[in-house]
Design a protein around this ligand. Structure first.
Ligand SMILES: Cc1cc2nc3c(=O)[nH]c(=O)nc-3n(C[C@H](O)[C@H](O)[C@H](O)COP(=O)(O)OP(=O)(O)OC[C@H]3O[C@@H](n4cnc5c(N)ncnc54)[C@H](O)[C@@H]3O)c2cc1C
Length: 524
């Protein structure tokens, strides 16, 4: 029998009380915020509310027949935060190869094996591209330094911090307005094949290199390749463990409860309302971790917001979505033997593809074709030991007509899902798993409409607000909203970003007494 840990978490709230803090969303940002807050305030009354019947948001696992599928692939190096919060997880640390990457151009295929660890990565590239060895070494040393300077940066600087920032974090400052491709240009990378390998890391935000913030792309490189993990069990045990701890420490959770209003009075958030319930759950502070467009426009309403902020919302771009093909395979397939036991097996059409796909996303269409695609193949069952599963994770994907088809033309929705699913199964069959289509026992396909439904983000955005250069750093919607006592920790995405968001917002609400205003964990 399959036991999913997320199903063990039940609501434990009681009606009629006022709370010190209400958190909307039981994803990783909401759960981290709840645990951080309780650790540092002890007996404060804290309630986390989620519309779904289980915690975890985008980080989840689900059963189809005899198979368990998961959304997440990789657990970055957030061990310091896990330890700080006493989150005890049994993690597998990946060693050796971090990513096997195939770049396909017609019948020509280049294969790369990106190793774990930035220094190993540098050596690998230096061997592969000896004429660029010096540039590679300088670049990786620069990225390591840049990432270490982020640690010295204050998320909530006072005047003194602002004065010292140019001295303690000069690389962060010069990169604030720089795209990843500008950073690659600065190091003089002109060899197209080398650039292709280095551009692996902007794909982590579903953006092309000329749009991605250089800090986000190098941060993704450092945070995920320095040390990378996944749970030995199904991925839902991560949010389930956090939820259990939160409840044991006195926190309350209310599941299956969509918030429909953040109640604002005289410019202050005073509580929230759940759909179908007229009463207000009163709170001194409210934290929203859901899609910022929905939270600020739908739950608060433009009428409560300053015009300048509404204009910022008008100009905010949410990130692309994804298309996921989860397959349960018959027991005869040996995925380890097929050399697939890595955090990621990436297959793409290389340079220029992200630009075309992103362009399509901006225009509301999908430019996926046999000459233009980007997908990762992961094999969770090689770690969990469960029945054979693989997931083909495609990014970036536009909402296109997926929502429309799902709502008004179920037959077309199913046909389009199958068509695109088969397209990617063919690719994986050709390059990774011979005769794959004949080994499929169970298939479950997620489209942008699936992500929209489960997350509540109408655009099905899987990377939150897009981390383009002009939506990064001080130009991102701030955690402190224009509504007093309402906070929105959406500085970054991914497990790393979500946990740092929870840390920073707690520090902000508690006047920097938790983390001294630091951007990464460095508690007092
Ligand atoms: C397919 C996929 C694969 C991924 N793989 C990885 C990976 O390998 N590694 C990694 O680090 N990151 C990965 N990510 C990204 C990562 O999962 C997310 O960035 C992160 O989980 C976001 O957490 P969050 O809490 O900010 O938001 P969410 O997970 O979106 O949580 C928000 C919660 O709010 C709830 N909610 C929404 N509206 C309401 C409402 N009105 N009332 C009440 N509740 C509401 C939702 O139900 C949800 O539970 C992946 C994402 C996807 C989709």
């Amino acid at each position: 029998m399959i036991n999913l840990k997320k199903d063990e978490i039940k609501s434990n709230y009681s009606d009629g009380q006022s709370r010190d803090l209400v958190i909307i969303g039981a994803g990783i940002t909401g759960l981290t915020t709840g645990l951080m807050w309780l650790k540092n305030t002890h007996d404060k009354k804290t309630l986390i509310i989620d519309k779904n019947s289980y915690p975890g948001g985008y980080i989840t696992a689900y059963q189809r027949g005899d198979y368990v599928f998961e959304t997440t692939q990789l657990f970055p190096d957030v061990i310091d935060i896990l330890d700080y919060l006493d989150i005890d997880l049994n993690l597998r640390e990946f060693e050796g190869t971090y990513m096997r990457s195939l770049v396909v151009r017609g019948d020509e295929v280049d294969e790369y094996r990106i190793p774990v660890g930035p220094h190993n990565f540098a050596e690998y590239l230096m061997e592969l591209f000896p004429e660029d060895a010096k540039k590679v070494k300088k670049f990786i040393d620069y990225c390591i330094d840049l990432f270490s300077q982020v640690r010295k940066l204050k998320a909530f600087p006072n005047l003194k911090d602002m004065i010292v920032t140019p001295f303690v974090a000069p690389k962060v400052l010069v990169n604030l307005n720089r795209s990843y491709s500008d950073l690659l240009d600065k190091f003089g990378f002109t060899n197209l094949k080398l650039r292709e390998v280095l551009e692996t890391f902007n794909a982590f935000s579903g953006l092309p290199p000329d749009q991605t913030s250089s800090i986000i792309a190098t941060g993704a490189m450092m945070a995920s390749m320095t040390k990378s993990f996944r749970t030995w069990g199904y991925f839902d045990e991560f949010p389930a463990t956090m939820s259990k701890l939160f409840q044991e420490r006195g926190g309350e959770m209310r599941l299956s409860a969509p918030v429909e209003e953040i109640v604002v009075k005289d410019g202050k958030a005073i509580g929230v309302k759940i759909a179908g319930d007229d009463s207000v759950i009163r709170a001194d502070k409210v934290v929203t971790t859901i899609d910022p467009m929905v939270a600020m426009r739908g739950l608060v309403g433009d009428e409560h917001l300053p015009k300048k902020y509404v204009k910022r919302l008008d100009n905010t771009l949410m990130s692309p979505s994804s298309f996921n093909v989860a397959l349960g395979l018959d027991d005869g397939v040996d995925l380890k033997e097929l050399d697939l036991d890595y955090p990621f097996n990436v297959i793409s059409t290389g340079l220029g593809s992200m630009e075309k796909l992103y362009d399509g996303f901006l225009n509301g269409v999908n430019n996926i074709s046999k000459d233009c695609f980007h997908a990762a193949v992961v094999c969770p069952s090689l770690t969990t030991g469960a029945k054979n599963t693989i997931t083909i994770n495609v990014v970036p994907v536009a909402m296109e007509n997926w929502n429309e088809w799902r709502k008004n033309d179920k037959k077309r929705y199913r046909e389009e899902k199958e068509k695109l699913g088969d397209f990617f199964i063919d690719i994986v069959e050709k390059h990774f798993i011979p005769e794959l289509s004949r080994c499929v026992v169970q298939k479950d396909i997620s489209t942008p409409a699936t992500y929209a439904r489960y997350s509540g983000s109408p655009t099905g955005s899987i990377f939150d607000m897009a981390t383009t250069v002009d939506q990064f750093g001080p130009r991102r919607l701030p955690m402190k909203t224009p509504i007093e006592n309402l906070f929105q920790p959406k500085f970054a995405y991914g497990i790393y970003g979500a946990m740092v968001n929870g840390l920073q917002v707690t520090d902000l609400m508690l006047n920097c007494t938790v983390n001294d205003g630091n951007s990464l964990l460095n508690p007092r």
